[in-house]
Design a protein around this ligand. Structure first.
Ligand code: ASP
Length: 587
């Protein structure tokens, strides 16, 4: 290798040394005499000076290069003349005084600026992703992602986990999304499915005595895309034998506490918050609350049982709830701002929003005049209201009050910048429902997946009130994102059959789809459980990105298209024939 340093590595300790740099022309300034080139690579950039008196040939090369040319320069590392240092960059105190320069490869003018971090239309960035990858933001994100994965591998290796690869060409796995299918050439009419997750394989690894497994696993789900979803994504997948829920969540808490501190540089709230699904839904109206700030809603129903206020009375008479949210310091919100919050509440099905601004002088409220002094006092006490607070109340059937105030909570946090980007607030959410009713299909669906164990105390509900049964299922959330889910699994054939029956699989379907698993459960399957974490999301949170596409080297766009490779794309008649496929395209 000819280069002696990375461009971004030069420091004052190198002054007086000779250096050979290779990199891309990031900027070029011709000062009519001296030419300055910022030469860039993954680690940053260094200033190179070309002096026509000292090195006429190198100066000639420098005057001909354009942005993004690949250049090799040799010279001496010097201190920049006093007053010309650039404290904003790591190499800002030094420069390379060029003696020799050689163009290694020219470049067409790039279709967007690599130098400038400004916004460029995403489709252009994705079409020329290799140029986008040169931009410092994405380069930084890829390095961060690498450090996350390295940390994970070391962490689990040190704790006796084995990394095991599982098949990509496999059978449909019921993770709740549509499968990507791969036609079989050798078995006409049969298809592989790409794994939505290695779920069954990791359970079979436990049957196989592997005991502790993890994998940086690629998963494929054909579903509508969002900022936090891609057709293929990466999970940290793990499974452990002879464990309970707290063992799995405990190791995840340890991993995320240590990794966040070491890799993200952000502050972590410890211990992680612990909420049941029911608590999260009631207090925050969501199962992935952003806990960087408070603003939980409170039940005020008992205070208003006798209230004159028609809306409250009526909601309670229908069996509803009255919940209140205290928004500290926002008593100054204008009528217009409150109207906007009312719209947010209506978006969640609420019919209205009652409000009171706690201000000395002229008290403002949409409903205080309907309350007795005792009711008012009890409300203020329950909400721990203080001077300057805005109180917001929703009266409706549950879960509307929780959902409406939860949405308002998010909106207020946005307006008031309550969510610090430098903090990671993790939470373990437990006791998810086992199944939910799919009214359209007229059957019960697994909330997590069909291999999830019901809670022991709820087993009796399976045949009577399945909708009330809770699962040994859990999520890890962070800053309002669901990072991942897991569960303690069913490890007995009879219980697994019961669940399959509840989900409406008849004997034939049970055998065709899950016969392999049911058989395995007859050969001494240990109790086991595990979890999977969306690594793209973790990287995005650590990198302060809202879209996971920014932390994936080659992502698909919003319509699941890879604009760089132009995939998906039509294939030849011969390929189709080989696969025994005839197309029936929409007209
Ligand atoms: N396979 C599950 C998923 O992808 C995670 C798990 O239960 O371990 O969500």
């Amino acid at each position: 290798m000819r280069r002696t340093h990375r461009c971004g590595e030069l420091r004052t300790s190198d002054v007086g040394r000779r250096a050979i740099l290779q990199g891309w022309v990031h900027r070029q300034r011709d000062h009519g005499g001296l030419i300055f080139i910022d030469l860039r690579d993954r680690e940053g950039w260094a200033q190179v000076v070309f002096n026509p008196q000292l090195a006429p040939e190198a100066h000639r090369v420098a005057s001909d290069v354009r942005l993004e040319y690949v250049l090799e320069v040799e010279g001496e590392v010097c201190r920049r003349p006093p007053g010309t240092e650039n404290p904003a960059i790591a190499t800002g105190e030094v420069e390379l005084v060029a003696e020799r320069a050689q163009v290694l490869n020219p470049s067409l003018p790039p279709p967007f600026s690599v130098t400038d971090e400004g916004t460029v239309e995403e489709s252009l960035r994705l079409t020329y992703r290799y140029l986008d990858l040169r931009r410092p933001r994405i380069a930084r994100n890829l390095m961060l992602r690498h450090r996350i994965i390295k940390f994970i591998r070391d962490f689990f290796d040190a704790r006796g986990f084995l990394e095991v690869e599982t098949p990509i060409l496999t059978k449909s796995t019921p993770e709740g999304a549509r499968d990507y299918l791969v036609p079989s050439r050798l078995h006409p009419g049969s298809f592989y499915a790409l794994p939505q997750a290695p779920q069954q394989f990791k359970q079979l690894l436990m049957v196989g005595g592997v005991d502790r497994y993890f994998q940086i696993a690629r998963c494929f789900r054909d579903e509508d895309l969002r900022a936090d979803r891609q057709p293929e994504f990466t999970q940290l997948d793990l499974e452990m034998s002879f464990v309970e829920q707290d063992d799995v969540l405990g190791i995840m808490e340890e991993l995320f506490t240590e990794m966040s501190r070491e890799v993200s540089g952000k502050r972590v709230f410890t211990p992680f918050a612990r909420l049941t699904y029911q608590e999260a839904m009631t207090l925050y109206g969501t199962d992935k609350p952003d806990l960087r700030y408070g603003l939980a809603s409170a039940d005020l129903s008992d205070i208003f049982v006798e209230a004159e206020f028609g809306i409250f009375r009526e909601a309670l008479a229908r069996g509803g709830q009255i919940r209140g949210l205290r928004v500290p310091g926002c008593a100054t919100y204008s009528r217009r701002a409150i109207d906007e919050l009312t719209e947010v509440a209506k978006g969640q099905g609420a019919r209205g929003l009652a409000w009171a601004a706690i201000e000395s002088g002229e008290p403002r409220s949409s409903f205080a005049r309907f309350l007795t002094a005792g009711e008012q006092a009890a409300m203020l006490e329950r909400l721990e209201a203080q001077e300057g607070d805005l109180l917001l109340l929703v009266a409706d059937m549950m879960p509307v009050p929780s959902r409406a105030l939860g949405a308002i909570r998010t909106e207020v946090a946005r307006r008031e910048s309550l969510a610090s980007p430098d903090v990671l607030a993790y939470a373990r959410i437990t006791e998810f429902p086992l199944v939910e009713w799919d009214a359209q299909a007229g059957r019960w669906d697994a909330v997590h997946h069909p291999f999830t164990s019901p809670m022991d105390e709820d087993m009796a509900l399976l045949e009577t009130q399945p909708g009330e049964a809770r699962a040994k299922a859990y999520d890890l959330v962070c800053n309002g994102w669901e990072l991942g889910s897991g569960s303690i699994r069913i490890h007995r054939r009879d219980v697994q059959e019961r669940i399959f029956r509840l989900l409406g699989y008849d004997a034939e379907q049970r055998e065709a789809r899950f016969g392999h698993l049911l058989r395995a459960f007859q050969y001494g399957t240990p109790p086991h459980g595990g979890m999977a974490i969306g690594l793209d999301r973790v990287a995005a949170i650590f990198a302060d990105e809202v879209n996971i596409r920014e932390v994936i080297a080659f992502p698909k766009n919003q319509s699941a298209v890879d604009l760089l490779m132009n995939a998906p794309s039509p294939v030849s008649e011969e390929q189709l024939a080989e696969l025994h496929i005839a197309l029936r395209l929409p007209s």
